[in-house]
Design a protein around this ligand. Structure first.
Ligand SMILES: NC(=O)C1=CN([C@@H]2O[C@H](COP(=O)(O)OP(=O)(O)OC[C@H]3O[C@@H](n4cnc5c(N)ncnc54)[C@H](OP(=O)(O)O)[C@@H]3O)[C@@H](O)[C@H]2O)C=CC1
Length: 283
């Protein structure tokens, strides 16, 4: 089943499930895993300058035979070299990706830019990329309320997404951030969405995932993806295994009831577990 498509704040469509080339594929040749993901039915590929595999992602995109308009490609700004503009940085990524434009261009983290006092300037550079047609949409990642507020205060184009660690064990702590995002129509893109199954495996959500998996005849992974989808955002996941691709794509017919979603919310609120960006204050 093809991933459902959501509409971003700027009117652009975004497939609700992405295959990520970070974590499991960080720094590696991602060409084969990306080709496999595309062959299985993923159309949204999430990469980043920091993953150091944009060229191999580009090779996979060039070889896949899927028309460009049917693909959705995200990459992320890491750092800027002295004198380098945001547009120059994106042009470097586009060359590696063998593309004329990306669908989504994100500021990977506020940290390098807030420390240098240039967050607003960087956002203006992101907007220039959109104006130049180098990126259809622009957004952010790992932005806390204080970072988003700085950008929103100067934005001509609001960020369309904030890609953040999002799962039942951080949802409660993210309440102020999620409220701010909702107020401005900024979509959640989740990474680490499967952390209750990969790193916090004996947490209070586990028994619920097990019983719901039995009820629906699905896997626990698929039930957790059903919860992520019920939250209305985009899930960025990944795998090193071919069979897991089918498992992810087979999660779209899991439709949890509002009561089941609320039960997972409530159980999740009983544990605070954050894996990524632990050093960042303010989440
Ligand atoms: N913007 C940012 O700062 C960040 C972005 N990301 C992006 O998000 C993508 C996904 O990140 P990640 O946090 O890994 O995503 P997930 O939390 O979705 O985890 C994916 C991993 O879960 C494993 N998995 C799935 N189901 C199970 C299960 N039932 N039991 C045990 N393991 C399971 C898979 O392992 P297996 O390989 O064995 O199938 C896979 O490696 C990255 O590739 C990257 O593109 C990630 C981190 C930070």
């Amino acid at each position: 089943m093809a991933p459902p498509v959501l509409k971003l704040l700027d009117g652009q469509p975004i497939p609700q499930l992405a295959f990520g080339t970070g974590t499991a594929l960080y720094g590696s040749d991602a060409s084969l895993p990306v080709r496999r993901a595309l062959a299985e039915g993923f159309v949204h590929i999430d990469t980043a300058q920091m993953y150091k595999n944009e060229s191999s992602v580009g090779d996979a995109l060039a070889a896949c035979g899927i028309p460009r308009a049917q693909l959705f490609v995200t990459t992320k700004l890491d750092k800027l070299a002295p004198g380098e503009s945001v547009a120059d940085s994106l042009k470097g990524s586009l060359k590696k990706l063998q593309l004329q434009y990306v669908d989504l261009w994100l500021v990977h983290s506020p940290i390098p830019f807030e420390a240098a006092g240039v967050l607003e300037e960087v956002w203006r550079g992101m907007e220039a990329c959109k104006e130049l047609g180098l990126a259809k949409s622009i957004g952010v990642s790992n932005f806390r309320p204080k970072d988003l507020e700085r950008v929103l205060a100067v934005a001509k184009e609001k960020p369309v997404v904030n890609q953040i660690e999002f799962h039942p064990y951080v949802q409660k702590q993210l309440t102020p951030l999620l409220a701010l995002m909702k107020q401005h129509g900024i979509l959640v893109e989740s990474f680490g969405g499967l952390i209750p199954l990969t790193r916090a495996t004996s947490g209070p959500v586990t028994p619920l995932l097990q019983s719901l998996a039995k009820k629906y005849g699905k896997t626990e992974t698929q039930v957790l993806m059903g919860w992520l989808r019920a939250k209305g955002g985009v899930a960025v996941t990944t795998t090193s295994k071919e069979e897991r691709l089918r498992e992810y794509l087979g999660a779209f017919d899991v439709a949890l009831t509002p009561e089941e979603v609320a039960e997972i919310d409530q159980a999740g609120a009983g544990l605070h577990f954050r894996h990524f960006q632990k050093h960042m204050e303010g989440f």
